[in-house]
Design a protein around this ligand. Sequence first.
Ligand SMILES: NC(=O)c1ccc[n+]([C@@H]2O[C@H](COP(=O)([O-])OP(=O)(O)OC[C@H]3O[C@@H](n4cnc5c(N)ncnc54)[C@H](O)[C@@H]3O)[C@@H](O)[C@H]2O)c1
Length: 386
Amino acid sequence: MHKANHNNPVTNLNIAIDHEKTQLRVVVGYESLSKLTGLSQSLASKFLVLTENNVADLWFGYVNQILKYNQDNTVKILSFPASFSIKDSKSLLDVYGFLHQNEFSKDDTIIALGGGDICDLAGFAAATYLRGINLINIPTTLLSQIDAGIGGKNGYNLMGFKNVIGTIYHPKFIFVDFKFLESLPSREFYSGMAEIIKYSFIEKTISEFTDYRLGPRSFFEILNELSMDNFVINHMSFKNVVLTCLSMKLNVVAKDPLDKDIRRCLNFGHTFGHAIEATYPKVYNHGEAISIGMIYAFKLASMLNLSTLTNLNKAKILLTNFNLPIGVQNLNKNFNDQLIKAFKFDKKRIAENIDFILPLLSIGCVDYKYCVPINTVSELLLSVNF
Ligand SMILES: NC(=O)c1ccc[n+]([C@@H]2O[C@H](COP(=O)([O-])OP(=O)(O)OC[C@H]3O[C@@H](n4cnc5c(N)ncnc54)[C@H](O)[C@@H]3O)[C@@H](O)[C@H]2O)c1
C-alpha cells in the first residue's frame, strides 16, 4: 500500500455538543497520535488497548511507545481474532471480565485500536462498564477514520443482525492518524471510499440543516475528478477529502446527537446495505455492502420518481471508478425474501413501514424520512430486476 503524505501538519477539529455538554475533539493528520502524550495527562494512568490480532501485530508497538512516554502509565492489551464475531455478546463479556479482573476503575481508559468493529465494541463496553469509563478512539481503517470512529454510536450484533444493541457514548479524544492506513489492504481502502462517496450523496441536505458550509464545488464533483487521478492516501488532496467528511459528520452529530432527525441521512444506503450484509455474511465488507445499498436506494428513488436513471448511472460510475460493487453477484433465488426478513429487524422500521433515505433530483440532496411500506418494497423488488 502507499505511503501517507507526511508533509501535512496536524489539524485539531473541536465541536461542542450542547445537549450533552461535551466536546468532540478530533486530532487529524500523519502521526497525529503523537499528540496523545500531551492530551492524556488529564486522564488517569491506566489504559486498556482493545484491539484485534491483525492490528495488534502491526501497530500495538507504535501505540504502546507513545503511551509509555509517560513511565507511570500502565498499559494492558486485550486482542481478539479478526472476524465478524468481534461485535458479539461473547467478546463483550470478555472485555467486562478483563476490566474487572484487572481492577479498572471509572477514571481509567479504554483505547479502541482498530476498525469500526473494534470501535463499536469498545464504545459499548466503555459506555456500560461501571456505567461509563473513559474512552479514546484510534480508528485504523479509512472507513472508521471518516465515519465509524466518530460520533459516539456503538453497538454489537445479535443473531447475525447488525447493531441491534448499542448506545451513544463519546470518546474523550479521537486520533485520525494516517500512518495506520499504510498497512491497509486496498480492498479496505475502497471500502472506506464507499462511505466517503456516501457523504457526496448527502452533502447538500447536510448543509441545509446544519452549520456545514458548501464549498465552491460540490463534493460529488471533486470525487469524480479525483477518481480520474489515482486517488490514494499519498494524494495531495487526501487530507482535504478526510477533513470534508469529518466536517460533515461532526456538524451532523452536533446538530442531532441522538440520531432523531438529520443524523439519519448518514445512513444513506445502509437500509439495503445492512440487509445485504446480513444476507451475504463474509461475502461483502461493510463499505461494499453500502455501495450496493446506495445503488438500491437510487433505483428505488427512480422508481418512485424522486430521482432519475441519469443520476443512478452517475452514482454507478463513481462507485465503479473506486472499485466498488454496484450489484449483488450470483443473486440467489431467496434473495428478496431474505432482504425483506432483514428489513423487519432494521432500526428504521416503524410497524410495517420503513423510513428510507432516498436521493432526490439534485445529487447531494436526500429525503431522509421517506416512509415506504415494506410490502411495497417487496413488490418493487419482485417487479423489477434489481
Ligand atoms: N458506529 C458507527 O457510527 C459506524 C459507522 C459506520 C460503520 N460502523 C461499523 O463499522 C464496521 C466496519 O468497520 P471497518 O470497515 O473499519 O471494518 P473492520 O473493523 O472489520 O476492519 C476491516 C479489516 O481491516 C483490518 N484492519 C484494520 N486496520 C488495519 C490496518 N491499519 N492495517 C491493516 N489491516 C487493518 C481488520 O483486521 C479487518 O480485517 C461495521 O461493523 C459497521 O457496522 C459503525
